[in-house]
Design a binder for this molecule. Structure first.
Ligand SMILES: Cc1ncc(COP(=O)(O)O)c(C=O)c1O
Length: 409
């Protein structure tokens, strides 16, 4: 029987009036309310899994990034306990001082082996990995070309770098090439893309991007946050699956999605990793993540090799789900981009209010499928984001497809 925590105390009412200097915040929150963009923080009780308890409601869970069903796996909990027991819970310092422990080193070796590269560096989050790495490899006088739908952490990394920025239309390699040619000379060029786009479920044209990078003597950085663990024979991601390992210079991923733990990593050539250990400020100036978390992530990386059936079955379920929607769910099907082949299925609904209303109807029917609104997606393209996971049964998928059809008809 899994243990349970005591329920948290209720949130207190504000004890004092909002200070005048912060008065703008209430106006900004009111505007979010008026635009249908105010967020509610749902509280989960218990573990992530096929079912999840949110705000006291037990729901079939299509709203986590726990793609392989590892986040609640007791083997990771045990590995975390062992790592914490051996090295304590807190890392106690930044990695260059005394925070980097055996647990971190083992994890970095495990990731490097998984990706078949020289070396890896782990960060407290995937967000930190992107935000710290981009300014470490480009700066003033350099040029970045970034896909228009890249993750916020890439966007922030680009902004922090002070390099000149080209944002090319989503997956449009011809436009990228034209803009790079028009941009003229730069000291260094970085092309950066997600491999599997988290909100669109689309996949970057990695082989073409490698060609463009080679023609422009550019560095190519690929963020595999949602692909790590799911794609590729070894499970390392889409770079492996598309045979592009040689053309991608900087490989980023997270441990917090399919690997069910927490943290981010950057992997590649030994010199790149040595450089980041000097220049990636989010690594140098931040406490290393807890050793127990690193030990759990190391176990999750091992499980990718021991249990390849998880990723194979997940992708087979995703294909079957898409097929069912194509044959029996026209109302849903026409809202899904047609070329998707991943475990992420966005169902475009349009205005934020409509997406929230559709998500509410799904909740009433027992399904958790989050509504995603701007700024996570462009204006007018709010969507229901269905994340499929290994633990979903065939019956779960049939019931979700049929319920979606009713909700969206
Ligand atoms: C493409 C991409 N990169 C990075 C991140 C950040 O990863 P983490 O959640 O480990 O901070 C995310 C998270 O959603 C993501 O979707």
């Amino acid at each position: 029987m899994p243990c349970r925590l005591d329920p948290p105390p209720p949130l207190p009412q504000p004890a004092t009036a909002l200070p005048a200097a912060l008065g703008w915040i209430d106006s900004a929150l009111d505007r979010l309310d008026a635009d249908g963009l105010r967020r509610q923080i749902r509280i989960r009780s218990g573990r992530q899994g096929r079912e999840v308890e949110l705000d006291g409601r037990r729901l079939l869970n299509f709203g986590s990034n726990d793609y392989l069903g590892l986040a609640g796996d007791v083997r990771l909990t045990r590995a975390c306990s062992k790592g914490s027991c051996a090295e304590g819970f807190g890392a106690g310092a930044s990695p260059l001082v005394s925070g980097q422990s055996q647990a971190h080193r083992s994890l970095e070796r495990g990731i490097a082996t998984l990706l078949a590269v020289d070396a890896a560096l782990t960060f407290p989050s995937g967000f930190a990995a992107n935000a710290a790495t981009i300014p470490a490899v480009v700066g003033d006088g350099d040029l970045i070309a970034s896909d228009a739908r890249n993750h916020a952490s890439i966007i922030d990394g680009c902004r922090l770098s002070k390099a000149r920025l080209i944002v090319y239309p989503h997956r449009d390699v011809a436009a990228l090439e034209a803009r790079l040619t028009a941009a003229g000379p730069a000291r260094r060029i970085l092309i950066v893309t997600d491999s599997l786009f988290s909100m669109d479920g689309t996949i970057a044209p990695l082989a073409d991007l490698c060609d463009v990078a080679a023609r422009h003597a550019a560095m190519l950085m690929v963020d595999e946050a949602h692909a790590t663990g799911v794609f590729g024979e070894r499970g390392s991601g889409l770079v492996e699956a598309s045979g592009c390992s040689d053309g991608v210079h900087i490989r980023v991923g997270t441990l917090s999605k399919a690997l069910g733990t927490a943290g981010g990593f950057v992997a590649g050539h030994a010199s790149l990793v040595s450089w980041l250990a000097h220049a990636a400020r989010g690594w140098v100036f931040s406490t290393a993540h807890p050793p127990g978390v690193a030990a759990a992530a190391t176990r999750a990386v091992e499980l990718l090799a021991e249990e390849p059936f998880r990723r194979r079955e997940l992708l087979a379920k995703a294909a079957a789900f898409r097929e069912r929607i194509a044959t029996t769910g026209q109302a849903t099907h026409r809202r899904i981009a047609s070329d998707l082949t991943s475990q992420i299925l966005p169902v475009i609904v349009g205005e934020p209010g409509r997406a929230v209303a559709a998500a509410e109807r799904l909740l009433d029917a027992g399904f958790f499928v989050p509504a995603i609104r701007p700024p996570s997606v462009p204006d007018g393209a709010s969507l229901l984001r269905i994340s499929l996971a290994w633990h979903h049964t065939d019956d779960d998928l049939v019931r979700l497809a049929d319920t979606l059809q009713t909700v969206l008809a």
